[in-house]
Design a protein around this ligand. Structure first.
Ligand SMILES: NC(=O)c1ccc[n+]([C@@H]2O[C@H](COP(=O)([O-])OP(=O)(O)OC[C@H]3O[C@@H](n4cnc5c(N)ncnc54)[C@H](O)[C@@H]3O)[C@@H](O)[C@H]2O)c1
Ligand SMILES: *[C@@H]1O[C@H](CO)[C@@H](O)[C@H](O)[C@H]1NC(C)=O
Length: 297
């Protein structure tokens, strides 16, 4: 069939063919047509990958981030369907303004993705924990998410629809994978989603979180280069990747963007209160590491 279409007897320009192909693709793959999303921490990493994914699926996206220059650059890169707004999630008025800005620009808010978060540079032992640092991390990673839920639901509840996403982490599921402060902040997100789902379901609003495995975004790479001072970037990348258990592939921002697209779209229309773990199986098992029989005499 395809051969016939391309033969000399049926002249068809490559441009026309390409247009048909992309039109065919676009109707099938545009899962967020007419939707408006606000994503915090979208100047880089997971948030940026998700913004790009949402836009290619027909959504308009507002990128809210504390990094002004990078945020503007990201919005420019993603094209006319992306807009940047400066927002520090620790300031409730910034979060409220970001929601109001989205409404004034696009008249609606369908998807709120509370993704902004930071690593915590604290010592390993609880004995040495600086509680001021603990408070600061909680202000961003937990309070910032609570503020995002509060202000997005302020506009979603009257419409009786909407979808909220949050970025948790595998470190919120298992102890020992990160410093206490970070782990605790991500555990809180998993709990938060369940608590909020209880209230929001009566308004038809879904809320879910995603728990990614380690991904070499600036967030992780900065920490790695502090721990392994002087080690070059490609070696650090190898080290991050070596922690994964699923052979043949690595965890990438696009894997999280795909999970977010699923949860934000009608494909997940009956999914709420869920923690979608994207970890290649890491948190599902432990190995006993017994020696092979031939090694035991
Ligand atoms: N990379 C990983 O391995 C990994 C794993 C699990 C969870 N996460 C989580 O994913 C989320 C995104 O991180 P990433 O890996 O894409 O890192 P990233 O550093 O690339 O992106 C985080 C973004 O959040 C922004 N941000 C930080 N503080 C902010 C604030 N107060 N207000 C607004 N924006 C702020 C940063 O400017 C940055 O653009 C975070 O919540 C992080 O905890 C990351
Ligand atoms: C922006 O959105 C419009 C309307 O949905 C669409 O036609 C256009 O292709 C989008 N542009 C980009 C660069 O994605």
């Amino acid at each position: 069939m395809i051969r016939q279409g391309l033969s000399k007897k049926v002249p068809i320009s490559i441009a026309l063919l390409a247009e048909r192909c992309s039109r065919g693709l676009s109707t099938e793959s545009r899962k967020l047509e007419e939707k408006v999303a606000l994503i915090t921490g979208a100047a880089s990493g997971i948030g940026k990958a998700t913004a790009a994914k949402f836009i290619s699926n027909g959504a308009k996206v507002v990128i809210a981030d504390i990094q002004h220059q990078l945020g503007q650059q990201t919005a420019k890169e993603l094209g006319p369907n992306a807009t940047f707004i400066a927002c520090d999630v620790t300031k409730e008025s910034d979060v409220s303004d970001a929601v109001d800005f989205t409404i004034s620009k696009h008249n609606q808010l369908d998807i709120m993705y509370n993704n902004a978060g930071v690593a915590c540079k604290t010592p390993r032992s609880i004995v040495d924990l600086n509680l001021e640092v603990f408070d600061q991390v909680m202000r961003i990673n937990v309070r910032g998410v609570v503020a995002g839920i509060k202000h997005s639901t302020r506009v979603m509840i009257p419409r009786r629809s909407g979808c909220i996403l949050c970025t948790a982490s595998v470190t919120g599921l298992l102890g020992g994978l990160a410093q206490h402060t970070y782990s605790v902040s991500k555990s809180a997100i998993i709990g938060l989603v369940k608590s909020m789902a209880a209230e929001l379901c009566e308004y038809g609003i879904r809320i879910n979180c995603i728990s990614p495995f380690a991904i070499p975004t600036p967030f992780v790479m900065e920490e790695m280069s502090q721990i392994y001072a002087g080690v070059d970037a490609s070696r650090l990348l190898e080290l991050v990747y070596s922690t994964g258990v699923l052979e043949g592939t690595h965890c990438e921002p696009n894997d999280i963007a795909n999970a977010a697209l699923y949860l934000a779209s009608d494909d997940a229309k009956y999914v709420s209160g869920h923690n979608l773990v994207v970890d290649g199986g890491f948190t599902s098992f432990k190995n006993l590491k017994l020696p092979a029989p031939v090694q035991v005499l």
